[in-house]
Design a protein around this ligand. Structure first.
Ligand code: MSP
Length: 509
């Protein structure tokens, strides 16, 4: 039987600057969900990419004396390098500058224009001539001038294409109201409902003032403008227009994971575009919160950005992933703080998890020459707690309660450490009559570690693999399934485990 499909996306990132830890947050969550879904038997397609067009990029490239594509190529390489270092398991990386994407966008534009939902009109906005930029009233500075160069703006009109959003507003509103799972969390849903109820204007979808973009078919002085070009990236890699079978398999997307400030584009504009095309809407758009530094959104202009590459160099990808997934409740804003990160590494990773593995393997090596021996049933066991944890974990992960799932696994890790203290295997080892009790305790611990390694594999894939290696079951790592965690007792009698190696060094503050 073929596996059920699961299509998950991150936003495509602007290559205007280096990515910061806030971007890494979004991609880490998506990666964790993708890995979890693969583990539970889905055929996952996980997409990320880059959103490369626009006046800003064109201008920055010109200022550097290079072409826009030369400029973005370098930055996009750095994105790919970051995702590689962070262990992101995306199945494709879409660049909006790629020919495969141009073809899709132009065809979509043509289809919607042919049915009369894209029309030519006049765009009027507040224009800053030196910056060659349009601004809206609210973007202007406190003197009503250009927010970039602070010179006066003037009202200017240019010919442009418009998309009839107004035609689809009621249908999108009804969709949001009728399908509570379409837009989460609930707070964002209410915001969007109120937004649409205030009335939707038609959307300007082309510009003539720059040319770094996808030309409007049959009217090439226009380029297709931002969201129309960007959102359609979700259709390009899954075969829209060129592979009907693949498209039918992955669309509608199961999850568009996006930051809260772009929920509006992903529900309202995207909803209208898809309705105009007669395509189903995605099953879910989830608006996550921001990673903030002392309450402030990270941004280059505020000078408070944290470079994920440096953090990975210093602490390892898994430590960063752990911190982001554990500390920030999905849907809410969360604080990034270096001291808190170090504290989590020392307490949760080096102490709780690291010690559990180290103590367990050490004792198996010391008391049973590295061998697991045949346990019997009638002693105190970790079995029930392990299996309850697995069950609860699944429910939390299915509900996207990722930080709760991480905490749950750590609760079980704490329980295992306490089990060592309670059963005191070093005392059992001294008493010949307690031989079976010792066998049982060590088996239960090894088996619990095997299950823990499976449960943390979506969060910390490298650490999970390293535990498998130390348990000497690495040959099963690539084929493991969630079902392997649902059985307590898979490690075989006489299985020989490895020597303990440190998982996470303690960080001196
Ligand atoms: N290019 C558009 C998205 C188009 S999707 C069809 C864009 N790019 S972005 O690079 O500015 O942002 C990409 C994502 O990063 C957004 O979801 C945004 O919310 C997220 N983040 C940017 N800064 C962030 C934090 N400080 N914290 C969490 N996420 C953040 O928008």
């Amino acid at each position: 039987m073929s596996k059920p499909a699961y299509y998950i996306t991150t936003p495509i990132y602007y290559p205007s600057a280096k990515l910061h830890i806030g971007h890494a947050y979004c991609t880490t969550i998506a990666d964790t969900i993708a890995r979890y879904k693969r583990l539970t038997g889905y055929d996952v397609f996980f997409l990320t990419g880059s959103d490369e067009h626009g006046q800003k990029i064109q201008r920055t490239a010109e200022a550097q004396g290079i072409t826009p594509i030369e400029y973005v190529d370098k930055i996009v390489d750095s994105f790919k390098e970051l995702w590689r270092r962070l262990n992101i398991s995306n199945d494709d990386f879409i660049r909006t500058s790629e020919p495969r994407h141009h073809e899709v966008v132009q065809e979509i534009f043509r289809r919607i224009r042919d049915k009369g939902d894209i029309y030519k009109g006049e765009y009027t906005g507040l224009y800053c001539t030196p910056c060659e930029s349009y601004w809206t009233e609210i973007q202007l500075d406190e003197n009503g001038c250009c927010p970039d160069c602070h010179r006066p703006v003037e009202k200017v009109s240019e010919e442009a294409y418009f998309f009839k959003m107004s035609k689809y507003a009621d249908a999108v509103l009804k969709h949001i109201e009728d399908n509570p799972e379409f837009l989460e969390p609930k707070s964002r849903r209410n915001e969007m409902i109120n937004f649409i109820k205030q009335g939707l204007e038609d959307l300007c979808v082309s510009r003539t003032s720059f040319n770094w973009g996808i030309p409007v078919p049959d009217d090439e002085k226009h380029v297709i403008y931002v969201w129309f070009d960007a959102l359609t990236n979700y259709l390009t890699p899954i075969g829209y227009l060129d592979d009907a079978e693949k498209f039918a398999k992955y669309w509608p997307a199961d999850l568009h994971l996006v930051g809260k400030e772009i929920v509006r584009f992903h529900t309202i504009i995207w909803g209208c575009i898809l309705m105009a095309l007669g395509i189903e809407l995605p099953k879910k758009v989830y608006g996550h919160g921001w990673l903030v530094i002392s309450g402030d959104k990270m941004s280059k202009s505020k000078g408070n950005v944290v470079d994920p590459m440096l953090l990975i160099d210093e602490f390892s990808a898994d430590a960063i992933r752990y911190f982001l997934l554990r500390e920030i409740v999905l849907g809410q804003d969360g604080n990034f703080n270096r001291d808190a990160l170090i504290q989590r590494i020392n307490a949760d990773l080096a102490n709780d998890l690291g010690n559990l593995l180290h103590r367990t393997l050490n004792m198996i090596n010391k008391f049973q020459k590295g061998s697991l021996l045949e346990p019997n049933e009638d002693t105190v066991s970790l079995k029930t707690e392990a299996l309850d944890t697995v069950k609860e974990y699944r429910a939390l992960m299915d509900n996207l309660q990722i930080s709760d799932a991480v905490k749950l696994v750590w609760k079980f890790i704490t329980r295992c450490n306490k089990y060592i203290d309670e059963t005191a295997p070093w005392k059992l080892a001294k008493d010949e009559t307690q031989k079976q009790a010792l066998i049982n305790v060590l088996y239960n611990l090894a088996e619990s570690l095997r299950i823990i390694a499976i449960l943390i594999s979506p969060f910390m894939p490298t650490t999970s693999r390293r535990i498998f290696e130390q348990l000497k079951i690495a040959q099963n790592f690539d084929t493991m399934q969630f079902a392997d965690a649902e059985i307590f007792g898979k490690l075989e009698n006489n299985h020989v485990v490895g020597k303990p190696e440190q998982l996470f060094p303690r960080i001196e503050i």
